[in-house]
Write a new protein. Structure first.
Length: 438
């Protein structure tokens, strides 16, 4: 597991193997990224995980950094071929004096002149770089020069929400050209294939997963949130859902993912964001989504846009305690997986358990949508079959540790939690159970 640390200021770099003790303490992705942020707060870490590029697992990569928008810890994931990058982690430190393209290849780093493509948009940049670097993974910022700028992953994937593209622009980094890993992150075993055969059956039989595969996050959430009265906007969801099914959809699912949820516009948040702006026509929304993507701007840039109705107890507590300052649809995973009734839920225990689960998957660096069907017990069986010993309880404890450490770092950074309408005694109970004094 190779780590590449790059000093942009003096153009030096260091490569080394991840220590086994640190691996078991941090895994990868979000957990390992937090390790680097605690050590050096102005760094950017882009990381794989132990389940990236394992056959049948929807692998991803995770970017960790201090957000210029929230001033706190931020982590965002992207799927596709980024999970194939050869280094287990890339860590960028300092600021380059000149505009550069970073080429990471064969255990060395080259600082290429980025001036000629600096003002190109995302599509133009990938067209230029794609002709020259055909066997590499490409990451790039666009030409938006906005705090809402993303880091784009091969045109249709994005590390979004936190302003990562803006940070790279500030560091004078236009693009990264990264060597691919031709082997497996973790070599699958016969036992793995036996376990996976059972788990893929569980995945394919899951109602929510089937809806995601058929109609993407837009179709699934329109149907499920609409039926439960949890939509964040006043919308005739049955009428809109009918229009979505008629709308011509392009499948842009992540490489190797068995769910294949990604359609014309990747995020449910994008649809809601444009709806808040007054757009109703799906073609208009899709065209706007394409324009944002080409510029490299996040489609969800308004802090007042919520992906679910924020008046219910789960959403309110999730927002109030989010280390990123937002509500992710993944807070619904356990609700849907266990077919729970909102009125019967203990909000504090529920939110803590889901936050811990998500932190685990972000550190294994696999798709959180699997949590609609699989739980940490399933993931412990996957890991055991690959030679990594983690019980369900140990994984949950790991997620708890990561989330708590993020809160503690956010306190030092002066991050402001969005307490809002969340009742004081609920907040006190939450932080008491987290073992944190606020």
């Amino acid at each position: 597991m190779e780590i590449v640390e790059i000093n942009l200021e003096d153009r030096s770099f260091e490569t080394y193997e991840l220590d086994e003790k640190l691996f078991y303490d941090r895994l990868g992705g979000r957990g390992l990224g937090l390790h680097f942020l605690k050590r050096e707060r102005d760094c950017i870490a882009i990381l794989r995980g132990v389940l990236s590029k394992v056959p049948g697992i929807p692998g991803r990569a995770c970017a960790c950094y201090i957000s210029p928008k929230t001033k706190g810890v931020f982590y965002s994931n992207s799927g596709g071929n980024i999970q194939w990058m050869k280094p287990y982690a890339l860590v960028l430190k300092g600021k380059s004096e000149n505009k550069v393209i970073l080429k990471i290849d064969e255990r060395k780093v080259e600082f290429l002149d980025g001036r000629s493509i600096w003002d190109l948009d995302v599509c133009e940049t990938f067209n230029v770089l794609g002709k020259k670097f055909k066997q590499h993974i490409l990451l790039s910022i666009g030409n938006a020069n906005s705090v809402n700028e993303c880091l784009s992953n091969n045109k249709h994937g994005f590390f979004g929400r936190g302003g990562l593209g803006y940070l790279l622009r500030e560091k004078n980094v236009k693009a990264l050209v990264i060597e691919t890993n031709n082997g497996f992150s973790t070599k699958p075993t016969e036992k793995y294939y036996e376990i996976y055969k059972l788990l893929i059956k569980k995945l394919k039989e899951n109602k929510i997963i089937n809806e995601l595969s058929e109609s993407g996050t837009v179709g699934m959430l329109l149907k499920e949130l609409g039926a439960r009265g949890l939509l964040p906007v006043a919308i005739n969801y049955k009428k809109y859902l009918s229009e979505w099914f008629k709308h011509k959809k392009i499948n842009r699912g992540c490489l190797g993912c068995p769910i294949q949820c990604k359609k014309n516009f990747e995020f449910w948040g994008g649809l809601i964001s444009f709806y808040f702006q007054g757009m109703r026509d799906l073609i208009e929304i899709e065209n706007s989504y394409k324009e944002y993507n080409q510029l490299g701007i996040d489609t969800v840039s308004d802090d007042n846009v919520h992906v679910i109705d924020n008046h219910n107890k789960i959403a309110m507590l999730s927002l109030a305690t989010s280390n990123r300052g937002d509500v992710n649809q993944l807070i619904l995973t356990r609700l849907f997986r266990e077919n729970m009734k909102m009125e019967n839920i203990d909000a504090v225990n529920y939110i803590i358990s889901v936050q811990n689960e998500i932190a685990v998957l972000d550190s294994l660096v696999t798709c959180g949508f699997t949590l609609y069907a699989w739980d940490l017990h399933d993931y412990s069986k996957i890991l055991e079959s690959l030679g990594y010993s983690f019980t369900e309880a140990e994984l949950s404890k790991f997620g708890e540790k990561i989330y708590k450490e993020e809160i503690e770092l956010n306190k030092k950074l002066g991050f402001k939690y969005k307490i809002g309408a969340c009742k004081e005694h609920i907040m006190e109970e939450y932080f008491k159970k987290r073992g944190i004094s606020m």
